[in-house]
Design a protein around this ligand. Structure first.
Ligand SMILES: N[C@@H](CCC(=O)N[C@@H](CS)C(=O)NCC(=O)O)C(=O)O
Length: 273
């Protein structure tokens, strides 16, 4: 049996949902409430020492980190493979999950946080916020949380986030220039799946056009990716209309700031055009 620990609207779990669905694997879901800090309960920290979702347990084996969970599932259930066959193809595919793990996840969190979760965190008690800041001992995450909570889009982390998205979209447009449907091959792979939730989030926040207005191949890729039943099942079908409405409303409020930050970035690094 596969047990999947997730939270509502958890972006990192969405790629696991997509992977499970693409491979037609049954699982049971365990919901962790991040707003009441259930992720820091001692019994959950035994499963996931960082106090984050997703976590997966299969036949007593615990797997954490969404990228590793997706690869673990693909390796254990070879039907409907989601990784290229050749070592070179696999290395190219992992460049995309590496990009997400190194930059795009954090970038999405900073942008979402500055738009939206920042206001939700204001409804927490000071004590709950302090628990979150203490954040199982990670000074980097604490600094990010505090900066974006206090300064919103003016946090330097949000500027870095906008820059990382700019670089990622440029890379995607180039990867698709050869005419292939998907990022590393003609087949849909974990490379694509890794990017989907983050791009969906930018769309929900009404920010996607900031980077894709002049990137037609990325727009076509996204039209194909979002139409896949696995995407529909993993993302829109799991969101309430209130959650979608909130993302739109809060995202639209920072749209012009995000566009300004992108323009600042391009002015600062003109060679990136
Ligand atoms: N690199 C991790 C990131 C996990 C992560 O930060 N998950 C978020 C939800 S998408 C979380 O649990 N946040 C709770 C917190 O930071 O307290 C992964 O991809 O699994």
């Amino acid at each position: 049996m596969i047990e999947l620990y997730t939270a509502r609207n958890s972006i990192c779990t969405q790629k696991v949902f997509i992977t499970l669905d693409e491979k037609a694997l049954p699982y049971e879901m365990r919901v962790v409430n991040l707003f009441t800090n259930e992720q820091y309960l001692p019994e959950y920290l035994k499963i996931n020492p960082k106090g984050v979702v997703p976590s997966l347990i299969r036949d007593g084996e615990i797997v954490v980190e969404s990228t590793l969970i997706c690869e673990y599932l693909d390796e254990n259930f070879p039907e409907r493979p989601l990784m290229p066959k050749s070592p070179h193809g696999r290395a190219r595919s992992r460049l995309w999950s590496k990009l997400v793990d190194e930059h795009i996840f954090e970038a999405t969190r900073e942008i979402s946080f500055s738009a939206h979760f920042r206001y939700k965190m204001r409804t927490m008690t000071e004590e709950q916020r302090q628990i979150r800041y203490a954040n199982v001992g990670d000074p980097e995450r604490r600094a990010r949380f505090m900066s974006t909570f206090e300064r919103g889009v003016e946090s330097p982390y949000v500027f870095q986030a906008v820059a990382h998205f700019e670089k990622a979209f440029k890379q995607m447009e180039e990867a698709l220039a050869g005419g292939s449907q998907w990022l590393v091959s003609e087949a849909y792979t974990l490379a694509d799946i890794n990017m989907v939730p983050y791009i969906a989030r930018m769309e929900y926040l009404t920010l996607l056009d900031v980077w894709t207005a002049d990137r037609p191949r990325v727009r076509d890729w996204w039209a194909r990716a979002k139409a896949r039943p696995s995407t529909v099942e993993a993302i829109p079908n799991r969101l309430t209309s209130d959650e979608i409405g909130e993302m739109r409303e809060y995202g639209a409020a920072i749209h012009d700031d995000v566009a300004r930050l992108r323009a600042d970035y391009l002015r600062m690094f003109p060679s990136r055009h």
